[in-house]
Design a protein around this ligand. Structure first.
Ligand code: HSE
Length: 407
């Protein structure tokens, strides 16, 4: 029997206990491991809960119990999650987590520590919730050289954008609705400003390209500036708007960014709607592959955590080898990257010719909005766009175009 302790009895923590209890026999059959939850750490008591006798308030009980071999950290945040994870690994216990913030900040160090102590630090649920993506990158795709990852990695923002597109609503109204339905956090900043997606693409890129991508180096824009007017232009172009977390590698050069993009109808990411996530991966041998599923939610996330628990339990004493070069991967400056830009400007469409004098040839986009007009630039670098935009009068907004087949 493998004894497990769960740190945090919130949404994911209670899901983990439920998955271990409900699917105990099928996990045993498939993996040969007999999982048993011995402790649940939480500050609160849960009178009447079927697992109430397992609740402890003192971490020392867990870390000093030699029977505990796997610790599930689903507390969120960096402290005390980091200290608890570090101490568990130092005691030779494996740690499985869904905590993307902690993995992005301290994952390198915690993986090293796991290696030193013959334990595992596993984090399948940190990216894409229930979607298997970490293990495929670590094992199934290990024979490939990955050169691109593009993900819809945040369910909250994808839900908001989908709802704005389907119902023509404004950002603030949909955000309020998402909060009422419990999709968006009360403090939704990490989601809507793109920080959550940024941490997740940093984790995936570190794993795919083999060297530590620091999330603080990634250029990140959220969705707070997207309006119903943008949606009207997107529809007029037959496109949709998605918050994309993108990274690519060419030879030794890695670039990464998070920003809203106008996505074409035949792009595999076009139809990923609501709280769903998708991760598009391109490998030099594999070609295109896409991973799709529930990017958040109690059961889906818990299922990914428990699969890690089973793998950690199968490899007790040796640990799962999973790490990347701890040195910081230098990222290419995004200002040199080229693409087309959709631009909205104040005024009448006849003023397009003034824009052409600044941006060069542009394609108008008709969305019949009063007092403004929209156009798409030719292919130019971010730096060139910024220079042109600073010379033009009345720019209302810009969204990048994702053109997979080139223009
Ligand atoms: N806030 C995250 C999201 C939860 O909306 O995707 C899953 O990481």
């Amino acid at each position: 029997m493998v004894q497990v302790a769960v740190l945090g009895y919130g949404t994911v923590g209670s899901g983990v206990v439920e998955v271990i209890n409900t699917n105990h026999d099928s996990i045993l059959e498939k993996t040969g491991v007999d999982l048993h939850v011995k402790y649940i750490l939480d500050l609160r008591d849960f009178p009447g809960d079927p697992n109430q006798e397992k609740i402890v308030h003192d971490y020392e009980v867990i870390v000093n119990d030699p029977q505990i071999q796997v610790v599930v950290e689903v507390m969120g945040g960096t402290e005390p999650a980091f200290t608890f994870s570090r101490r568990a690994l130092e005691a030779g216990k494996s740690v499985c987590t869904s905590n993307k913030e902690l993995v992005a900040r301290h994952g390198t160090q915690l993986q090293q520590l796991a290696k030193e102590h013959g334990a595992s630090y596993l984090f399948e649920a940190s990216c894409g919730g229930g979607i298997p993506i970490i293990r495929p990158l670590r094992t199934s795709l290990s024979a490939d050289v990955i050169d691109e990852i593009t993900g819809i990695l945040n369910g909250t923002t994808n839900y908001i954008l989908s709802k704005m597109i389907d119902e023509g609503l404004e950002f603030d109204d949909v955000l309020r609705d998402a909060q009422q339905k419990g999709y968006a956090e009360r403090n939704p900043e990490a989601d809507i400003e793109g920080h959550d997606a940024c941490r997740k693409i940093a984790i995936l890129s570190s794993l795919a390209y083999g060297k530590r991508v620091d999330f603080t180096d990634i250029y990140t824009e959220g969705i707070t500036k997207i309006t119903s007017a943008d949606i009207r232009y997107a529809k007029a172009m037959g496109r949709t708007i998605k918050l994309l977390a993108y990274s690519s590698r060419q030879k030794d050069q890695v670039m990464a960014m998070v920003a809203p993009y106008l996505v074409e109808k035949d792009d595999p990411l076009f139809a990923v709607n609501g709280v769903f996530n998708a991760i598009f991966v391109h490998g030099n041998m594999l070609g295109d592959a896409m991973f799709y599923g529930q990017g958040a939610g109690k059961e889906a996330t818990a299922s990914a955590v428990v699969a890690d628990v089973a793998e950690a339990a199968q490899t007790l004493g040796t640990g799962v080898v999973s790490s990347w070069d701890p040195h910081r991967q230098e990222l290419k400056d995004v200002s040199g990257t080229k693409k087309r830009f959709f631009v909205r400007a104040k005024g009448a469409a006849r003023e397009l010719s003034e824009m052409e004098q600044i941006f060069g040839a542009v394609e108008p986009v008709e969305a019949e909005l009063d007092g403004e007009f929209g156009f798409v630039t030719g292919v130019m670098s971010e730096q060139e766009y910024e220079t042109c935009a600073s010379q033009a009068q009345g720019i209302l907004g810009m969204i990048r175009m994702r053109d997979r087949k080139g223009v």
